[in-house]
Design a protein around this ligand. Structure first.
Ligand SMILES: Nc1ncnc2c1ncn2[C@@H]1O[C@H](COP(=O)(O)OP(=O)(O)OP(=O)(O)O)[C@@H](O)[C@H]1O
Length: 268
């Protein structure tokens, strides 16, 4: 694969937050113009990888480049849809305003949106079926409606790559299908989409998979990455299914990486 076709190239990258190392030294690539899923147990470092690609966090050591450059930057080609951090609870903002915020990386806070910008917002609302909710406050939406608003905000950003944190989790069939169609139409338009998931079927359906377990266990095409051996390594399921040949065919594997080491970190 030539370097122009790479969205991400990481070499011995270590990622974390102040004192916490979330992703131990890992080397991997993510192709451009493809759908990539990041899968792994809770706390295994999936969102942390997205944070690093978006430039929200810097590597503790090693290197990560996005389109051959340092991630982030003022005119990033990467749109990041972060659900929980996007707007704090109680933010008094309407659906239309939230979606239009996708324009700000380009416009700055005081720029005036052009007719084309306004059309982008409108198109994103239509594609995500939230036009009827345009004047509602974010607080007044259901979880699934809010998730569609976040994805619409990502679509409004001018981007080459779209990063989505668990975009399909907890959605009803129609909403999940809408977002799934958008993910694939993004790829068909030559954009990269990188999403985190807990669903093995979703990971199998992608072009590329990153399997996490506090480090990158494997990265590559699904058939090479989602092997029984790799899944056992990531989820520590070996002892659970020694006699159950079908266990790993269950699409919803919800192991918890944190149980291995976090009992002392979260003494609730
Ligand atoms: N802002 C933060 N500050 C400190 N530690 C963090 C922060 N965000 C995540 N972590 C820690 O980093 C590790 C990886 O977290 P991350 O959110 O990347 O996992 P994940 O695979 O996305 O999990 P989940 O499936 O539960 O969403 C966890 O141990 C988590 O507690």
């Amino acid at each position: 694969m030539s370097n122009d076709e790479l969205l991400v190239e990481a070499s011995d990258v270590v990622l974390g937050y102040e004192r916490n190392i979330a992703v131990k030294a890992s080397s991997f690539t993510i192709p451009h113009r493809k759908v990539t899923t990041i899968i792994g147990p809770n706390g295994s470092g999936k969102s942390t990888i997205l944070n690093a690609i978006a430039g929200v966090i810097e590597p503790l050591s090693g290197e990560i480049s996005v389109f051959g450059r340092k991630p982030g930057g003022r005119h990033s080609e990467v749109a990041y849809v972060m659900q929980s951090l996007a707007f704090p609870e109680g933010t008094p903002i309407t659906v239309r305003e939230a979606i239009a915020m996708g324009l700000y990386p380009k416009l700055g806070w005081f720029g005036r949106p052009s007719a084309d910008d306004r059309a982008r917002v409108q198109r994103a609302m239509e594609r995500l079926r939230v036009t009827d909710l345009a004047h509602r406050h974010l607080d007044e939406l259901s979880g699934g409606q809010r998730q569609r608003v976040y994805v619409a905000q990502g679509m409004t950003q001018r981007h080459e790559a779209l990063l989505l944190d668990e975009p399909l989790t907890g959605l009803d069939i129609l909403s999940a299908r809408t977002i799934d169609e958008i993910i694939h139409s993004e790829r068909d338009r030559g954009h990269a989409v990188v999403l985190t998931t807990h669903d093995l079927d979703e990971a199998r359906a992608a072009d590329w998979v990153i399997l996490m377990s506090g480090h990158v266990v494997a990265a590559g095409p699904p058939a090479e990455v989602l092997t029984r051996r790799n899944l056992e390594t990531a989820y520590g399921l070996g002892s659970l299914h020694a006699s159950d040949g079908d266990f790993l065919d269950d699409p919803h594997i919800d192991g918890d990486h944190e149980h291995e080491h976090s009992r002392h970190q979260h003494p609730h």
